[in-house]
Design a protein around this ligand. Structure first.
Ligand code: NAI
Ligand code: MG
Length: 497
């Protein structure tokens, strides 16, 4: 996300609290209440106040949405639309998002708590860019002609997978919409999406923009609600061909079990405990800045957060002192104020989980050298926290904390640090800081992770695949790789005599 900086476009005064325009379910092109009539509250994590009541979908609504998506896939205008026109619709949605970028950024900040300078400069531009990238793919999904034995004409077609269920988390609510819709729509699938219960508002607003863009009824359906009810119903629904899920690995285990009955295709983008390795020959100031960004960005709520910071012993003391100084400069506060660098955690559950890990770090004997407490007395704010002298076996070094808690682990040699970097069940991302090209490539080759950053962190682009080794996921999002997640390959063989 370091690639997108548009701070000059962010206004100097506090951004006005945006209006909530849409709180219902989107099924078959119509906004409606849940069949049960139930609603749930979405909360502003900066104030702990209720923002709005949102329709709470469950199995009955998922059933209606899946049937609408099935109909749109089998027989609606979408199924007959030329691929290039699908691309034009995706581009139109991206244009509408750009026209409403300030409103969407403010709404994302209101619901999630992330600083508006980040939502305006990173989440929104990246989401729009992602949709445009996939719009360009819509008419470029080709098959092959294959020289088989005998007098036959053999070719393959890449066909849309069908109705796809998409279940997304709360840490990048709108960006996850773009990562999921882009390849699915480009491939010609239809969608039933369940946004996270903590952050449903921007997905619903973008649903409105999708209707304005002209997506036919049933192509995009939105069912806000809870995981064990709406989410599980989507996973089990016989008319849904595939589930794309981003969230916790434990949830993915439940989903995999629930999907067994219907043998759904599954792609997972899960958590991590990503190693960020600083060698003594690195540009130290760049490494310190990248380490701060790599962990504290988005309040530490990133699947690829660089939460295990391995620092070569020779520079350990100097590095930690510089990092502590930078952490102290982070401005916490009202996320709608453009100066704010760190907002609240998304909800009380996450806030409590993070504080419990800070307590575990202290109890295990790690040295807390920055932060370590709640910030203020209202809202789910936690101070930027740094633990030094962490050992590999401590819970703060093994578990995904998903908050502003950084662990520093000293190391001596390249072989040692590669082995320790890999001694985790996760394998999402890794980074290395060094001026030695050979060392950088050695690390990049040997670390078991889906993304490796060298002398940078969190550089994302819609064209570059992203996903996990080991328990960090199955499949890749972004790039041409993600199109595989939404297409089936068909082989056609025709006798020529
Ligand atoms: P979660 O995995 O439970 O939630 C993610 C999505 O899955 C939400 O939309 C939720 O409603 C849905 N879901 C939950 N249970 C489900 C079920 N049984 N069937 C179908 N869908 C279900 O994550 P949660 O509880 O919000 O956060 C817990 C931890 O997960 C975090 O502390 C963090 O460590 C990790 N996490 C990782 C993310 C990532 O980007 N890899 C994103 C969010 C959380
Ligand atoms: Mg959960």
């Amino acid at each position: 996300m370091a690639t997108v900086t548009a701070k000059s476009e962010v206004k100097a005064t506090r951004v006005a609290t945006p209006k909530v325009r849409q709180t219902k379910l989107l099924i078959n092109g119509k906004w409606q209440d849940a069949v049960s009539g139930k609603t749930f509250a979405t909360v502003n994590p900066a104030t702990e106040e209720v923002i709005a009541q949102v329709a709470e979908g469950d199995a009955a609504d998922v059933d209606l949405a899946a049937k609408a998506a099935r109909k749109a896939f089998e027989s609606g205008p979408w199924s007959k639309m030329d691929a290039r026109d699908r691309g034009r619709l995706i581009n139109k949605l991206a244009d509408l998002m750009e026209q409403n970028i300030d409103e969407l950024a403010a709404l994302e900040t209101l619901d999630n708590g992330k600083p508006v300078r980040d939502s305006r400069a990173a989440d929104l531009p990246l989401a729009i860019d992602c949709l445009r990238y996939y719009a360009g793919w819509a008419d470029k999904l080709t098959g092959e002609t294959i020289p088989i034995r005998g007098n036959y004409f053999c070719y393959t077609r890449r066909e849309p997978m069908g109705v796809v269920g998409q279940i997304i988390p709360w840490n990048f609510p709108l960006l996850m919409v773009a990562w999921k819709w882009g390849p699915a729509l480009a491939a010609g699938c239809t969608i039933v999406m369940k946004p996270a219960e903590q952050t449903p508002l921007t997905a619903l607003r973008v649903g409105e923009l999708a209707m304005e863009a002209g997506f036919p009824a049933g192509v995009i359906n939105l069912i806000p609600g809870y995981g064990p009810t709406a989410g599980a119903a989507l996973v089990k629904h016989p008319q849904v061909d595939k589930i794309a899920f981003t969230g916790e690995h434990r949830t993915a285990q439940i989903i995999m079990g629930d999907a067994a009955q219907t043998l759904k295709r599954l792609t997972f983008e899960l958590g991590g405990k990503s190693p960020n390795v600083i060698f003594a020959d690195a540009d130290l100031d760049a490494a310190v800045a990248g380490t701060e960004f790599g962990l504290f960005f988005n309040q530490g709520q990133c699947c690829c957060a660089g939460s295990r910071v391995f620092v070569e012993e020779k520079i350990h003391a100097e590095f930690v002192s510089k990092l502590v100084q930078r952490a102290a400069l982070r401005k916490l506060g009202d996320p709608l104020h453009p100066d704010t660098m760190q907002g609240p955690q998304v909800d009380r559950d996450q806030f409590d989980k993070i504080l419990s890990y800070i307590a575990k770090g202290n109890a295990a004997g790690a040295k807390c050298v920055a932060g370590g407490k709640r910030h203020g007395d209202k809202g789910f704010f936690i101070e930027p926290t740094i633990f030094d002298h962490v050992t590999d076996d401590m819970a703060i070094a093994t578990d995904e904390i998903f908050g502003p808690v950084l662990s520093v682990l000293p190391f001596k040699s390249t072989e040692e640090v590669i082995e320790r970097a890999n001694s985790t069940m996760f394998g999402l991302a890794a980074a290395v800081w060094t001026r030695d090209v050979g060392k950088a490539h050695q690390f990049a080759k040997n670390v078991r992770a889906g993304t490796v950053w060298v002398n940078c962190y969190d550089v994302f682009d819609a064209a570059a695949p992203f996903g996990g080794f080991k328990m960090s996921g199955i499949g890749r999002e972004l790039g041409s790789a993600a199109l595989q997640n939404y297409t089936e390959l068909k082989t056609v063989t025709m006798a020529l005599d």
